[in-house]
Design a protein around this ligand. Structure first.
Ligand code: FMN
Length: 178
């Protein structure tokens, strides 16, 4: 049989166009439910904050955590080699997630941390010294060594499928099992 000449977008190996593939890659990643955090630090001339859901714990000893920051983000270059805080948001702090994701609202309350600035009344925080930075394609993986941390009680802010949701405190708290 003679193959018909191909018209329109070139399908990729699974029958998806590059555009469909990118869309479905994002959609697949979005099925991984996460918390929501804000990375804060003092840059050369100003204080930065960027909303992330790429926060991951890495190591207990030494205590290391990781965030993945897009190379296109304004904060990307200045974060290299600087102390930073990962602020974990509570359920009522959705506005902070939006504020530091390009939808500014009223200026939030800041706390002068011992190592890096942080946001007031977050659910948990990790103040970090810079440990390493790794190439992550169009992102950079910034690993920090945790030098101070704490948490409070409260419901958690979560993010899944491009939507904010909350996890009640009653469903948190596995500490007795770990
Ligand atoms: C819930 C949520 C999670 C995000 N996670 C990340 C992330 O892990 N890494 C990242 O680089 N940007 C992430 N972003 C996008 C950045 O927050 C956003 O692009 C950034 O604030 C834009 O900053 P700029 O305009 O100052 O460059 C996320 C945004 C939202 C709303």
């Amino acid at each position: 049989m003679i193959a018909k000449p191909r018209t329109g977008p070139v399908p990729v190996e699974s029958g998806r166009t590059p555009g469909e593939r990118a869309h479905q890659f994002r959609g697949s990643l979005g099925r991984f439910a996460t918390g929501v955090a804000i990375v804060t630090f003092d840059g050369v001339t100003k204080r930065h904050g960027i909303t992330v859901n790429s926060f991951t714990s890495v190591s207990m000893e030494p205590p290391l955590v990781l965030v993945s920051i897009a190379r296109t983000a304004k904060a990307h270059d200045e974060l290299a080699g600087r102390p930073f805080t990962v602020n974990i948001l509570g359920a009522e702090q959705r506005h902070l997630a939006m504020h530091f994701a390009g939808r500014p609202g009223p200026e939030p309350l800041w706390v002068e941390g011992g190592t890096a600035p942080r946001l007031s009344h977050v659910l948990a925080y990790f103040e970090c010294k810079p440990w390493a930075a790794y190439d992550g394609g169009d992102h950079t993986l910034y690993v920090g060594e945790v030098v101070d941390f704490n948490y409070r009680s409260g419901d958690a802010l979560a993010y899944a499928n491009s939507t904010f949701t909350t996890i009640p405190e009653s469903q948190l708290g596995m500490e007795d099992l770990l």
